[in-house]
Design a protein around this ligand. Structure first.
Ligand code: 5GP
Length: 256
């Protein structure tokens, strides 16, 4: 058994010190929270599926030259990533009105937006991740104007690419949240995509039926939560057509 130093435990993931300097192990939990921790639960198999889905999407993005923190998947629940200095922002892109923008601006859920909207939220649980402007970001030095230009440009490219990828498997990409970090190399750094891309931080609607296939099923008590995550993995051909079962060691300290 390998003992590793835990660096951070979040709501859905644990970060451990990686085997080589400059690396981190991301462990994906089945725990789910909503409303900034107000609602808590478990989605069986979620961690295993998100590990695979995020691996697949990060590798696809590398193919179109988006720099990411992803190195390789280690086992069913863990992946090795580059250690980055996280920019304390959540970057949300919206193609269709859903979630918080519906409440904030009184829009109809499902209304197609004339063009993708990029929003910034400060990562701060105590403040409930407030919406912030570029002026706040640069004034308080959370990121520079140049970094924001790069982040927005990557984000719009990622949105275009993922919209096409998901449309190809009959899924509408409604919105999603990204996080970025600074990767230091020889006294210089560049911006890379970090965190994960999975049904935990994207809204996916089935094109034919309009059915929600993401964490909103948990947030809104819609039932068939596990099935939604499995359906995304199945359509991406990450898991086979037959019933998906999680067979694994339950010990998060143990690496394959
Ligand atoms: P909204 O602002 O409508 O609640 O969320 C917009 C999109 O970003 C949704 O796809 C949602 O899943 C994602 N998102 C926003 N904030 C968070 C967050 O704190 N954690 C996660 N996992 N996703 C988020």
């Amino acid at each position: 058994m390998t003992r590793r130093r835990k660096i951070y435990e979040g709501k859905a993931k644990i970060l451990y010190e990686g085997p080589e300097p400059g690396t981190i192990v991301q462990y994906f939990k089945d725990d789910a929270t909503a409303g900034n921790g107000a609602k808590k639960g478990t989605i069986t198999g979620k961690g295993v599926l998100n590990n695979r889905i995020s691996e697949y999407l990060m590798l696809q993005l590398s193919e179109i030259n988006i720099p990411t923190h992803f190195i390789r998947r280690l086992n069913m629940r863990e992946q090795l990533v580059k250690s980055v200095e996280i920019i304390p922002l959540e970057i949300v892109v919206r193609n269709v009105a859903a979630g918080s923008i519906v409440k904030r601006l009184g829009l109809d859920e499902g209304k197609k937006l004339p063009r993708p909207i990029v929003e910034y939220y400060l990562k701060n649980d105590e403040l409930n991740d407030p919406l912030v402007l570029e002026d706040h970001i640069t004034t308080f030095n959370w990121a520079t104007l140049q970094e924001m230009d790069e982040i927005v440009s990557y984000t719009l490219r990622i949105n275009d690419f993922l919209r096409g990828l998901f449309a190809g498997i009959g899924i509408r990409l409604i919105d999603f949240k990204l996080e970025y970090g600074r990767l230091w190399k020889d006294d210089e750094f560049h911006i890379v995509l970090a965190d994960e891309i999975s049904p935990d931080n994207c809204r996916f609607w089935d094109m034919a039926s309009g059915e929600k296939l993401d964490k909103d099923r948990f947030r809104r008590d819609l039932g068939k939560v596990e099935e939604a995550y499995q359906e995304i993995a199945r359509r991406l051909k990450i898991i086979p057509e037959k019933k998906f079962e999680v067979i694994e060691s339950s010990n998060p300290e143990h690496m394959e």
